[in-house]
Design a binder for this molecule. Structure first.
Ligand code: DQA
Length: 142
């Protein structure tokens, strides 16, 4: 069975109570559960992780690069300024898909820049928890 790493950045552990009008009512555990169910239905093992710490995400990207594991990532606020996460993600050889619950382009100007989009296979934004499932569906075809 193919493993896909699903990585989540800062403040996503607060989903459910964090600005629900923007991010929805589901918790990150709910999203992890949906991803796991999708994986079971489609023969993928989902390795779902979250951290508020930049270095954790960097170490996990190194791990994915070494094991040639495909990655779905919601870098959260790191999307907009972390050169370190972009550099780590650049080392991946398996596909990388960027996801966002909201559509950052519809929001404040500082969210319009993504340092990840330019190295991702593609980006899925604006569909809430479904952004993750759409990204996993796309991963099946890559
Ligand atoms: C986010 C969008 C980012 O701008 C924001 O900093 C987040 C969440 C999203 O999923 O919509 O934390 O990545």
């Amino acid at each position: 069975m193919r493993t896909v790493m699903v990585l989540n950045g800062p403040n996503l552990d607060k989903l459910g109570t964090r600005e629900p009008e923007i991010y929805g009512a589901l918790t990150l555990s709910d999203i992890a559960q949906k991803c796991a169910e999708f994986g079971e239905q489609h023969g993928l093992t989902i390795d779902f992780r979250q951290s508020n710490v930049e270095s954790d995400l960097i170490v996990w990207l190194h791990e994915a690069a070494e094991s040639k594991t495909p990655v779905v990532i919601n870098p959260a606020a790191f999307t907009h300024y972390s050169v370190a996460i972009r550099d780590a993600a650049s080392m991946l050889s398996a596909p990388l898909i960027e996801v966002h619950l909201s559509n950052p382009i519809k929001r404040e100007e500082f969210r319009h820049t993504s340092l990840i989009s330019g190295i991702a296979h593609g980006t899925v934004s604006g569909f809430g928890a479904n952004s993750y499932l759409l990204a996993l569906r796309a991963m099946l075809e890559l």
